[in-house]
Write a protein that binds this ligand. Structure first.
Ligand code: ACO
Length: 334
């Protein structure tokens, strides 16, 4: 059952941080055999942000979290948990979350990372909301961050044109019973498709060696076509079922926030659901695929741009898919 039970969970503030450096498609076309036309037509991406040499995931995460904290006006000592979704942490351990928790001075909080491909976004929001709904925590800072530019083979045109760097954050807290809030948290996986998106080298199954370096095993490898087909086969029926669990139909959702991976994926799913594209938030063309950070960036810009407003009663559905293959959905009332 995907319906969140227990205490009400409110989204009180968002934040984001992206590197200053912008890389547009024309610049990429000077690095690999591609073109602005191909990238725009096949993906919808026009430019992405790339972290500078000394900018790590934790730096972006800390900046995004600080913005969410400032906007929420909460005392950092009242934060019970810091949860960070990432696939490109500074180090495997310690977690990025621990670095954030230390840097912001949330002295009473715990901290952990969620690593679940791009769906880490929905998973982290869901785990945080469940912890609040159950009464375990009152206030949780959730962040999605990626510096995937370091894990990309810049000679592979099938992947390097897709990804970008950035971080987004959300402050969640317990609300009053009558408050609007989180309605659905759903997390799914089809691990039989584990080989669709991988980063095989550098850990226990393939420790770093001269061979793993020579064979480029430390970079993202993706069966892009299979991922694309997976989304069109699985997501429409799945999202219909998730809405139905909450007593709604897709037409009841006011704002759709898809994992910003490919404009054609989002258009295909919305078409199959019979939902108009103007209900979808889309900032993919400016940031590319920022993996576990993407829905956080879109959510933050939706609030900043006024397409989602607090206490509006708007129903917002956030959905993602990624390595695993994992997928999930999160619905809340703004
Ligand atoms: N520039 C120019 N041509 C290219 C490029 C490029 N950057 N990349 C591939 N091509 C060529 C291919 O070589 C192929 O040429 P061929 O027909 O001569 O063999 C042709 O373009 C078509 O390639 P396809 O792979 O079939 O292109 P497609 O339309 O499927 O688009 C893409 C590829 C954009 C990767 C698409 O499949 C996609 O978006 N898939 C989903 C990826 C995704 O969403 N991943 C999210 C999860 S990421 C995570 O979890 C970390």
């Amino acid at each position: 059952m995907a319906l969140l039970q227990g205490r009400s969970v409110r989204l009180v503030a968002t934040g984001m941080a992206v590197p200053e450096r912008v890389m547009d498609n024309d610049e990429l076309a000077r690095i690999v055999d591609t073109s602005n036309e191909w990238i725009v037509e096949r993906t919808g991406i026009r430019e992405r942000r790339i972290a500078s040499k000394d900018e790590n995931a934790s730096d972006l995460a800390i900046a995004a979290c600080r913005q969410a904290i400032d906007r929420s006006g909460v005392d950092v000592d009242s934060i019970d948990m810091v949860v960070v979704a990432t696939n490109s942490p500074d180090t495997l351990f310690p977690s990025v979350a621990a670095r954030v928790q230390g840097a912001i001075g949330a002295s009473k909080a715990g901290a952990f990372d969620v690593q679940s491909g791009c769906t880490g976004s929905v998973y982290s929001l869901s785990v945080a909301s469940s912890g609040i709904a159950s009464g375990l925590w009152n206030r949780v800072l959730v962040c999605g961050v990626e510096v995937l530019s370091r894990l990309i083979d810049w000679e592979d045109r099938t992947t390097c044109v897709l990804f970008g760097d950035g971080a987004g954050a959300v402050m969640l807290e317990a609300g009053e019973k009558e408050d609007p809030g989180v309605m659905v948290c759903d997390m799914k996986s089809d691990g039989t498709k584990w080989d669709y998106i991988t980063l095989p080298g550098g850990l226990s199954s393939l420790p770093a060696s001269r061979d793993t370096l020579a064979e480029k095993k430390h970079f993202v490898s993706m069966k892009g076509n299979d991922v694309f087909k997976f989304t069109q086969r699985v997501l429409p029926g799945y999202l219909k079922d998730v809405c139905s669990d909450a007593g709604m139909s897709p037409s009841d959702i006011d704002r759709w926030i898809f994992h910003q991976a490919n404009r054609r994926i989002m258009e295909g799913v919305l078409k199959r659901l019979g939902v108009s594209e103007d209900r979808a938030i889309n900032n993919l063309e400016r940031y590319g695929n920022t993996s576990a950070a993407s829905v956080f960036l879109a959510l933050n810009e939706a609030y900043e741009g006024g397409s989602i407003t607090c206490n509006s009663g708007q129903k917002v559905l956030i959905t993602s898919f990624g390595a695993g293959m994992t997928y999930g959905a999160f619905i809340y009332e703004a």
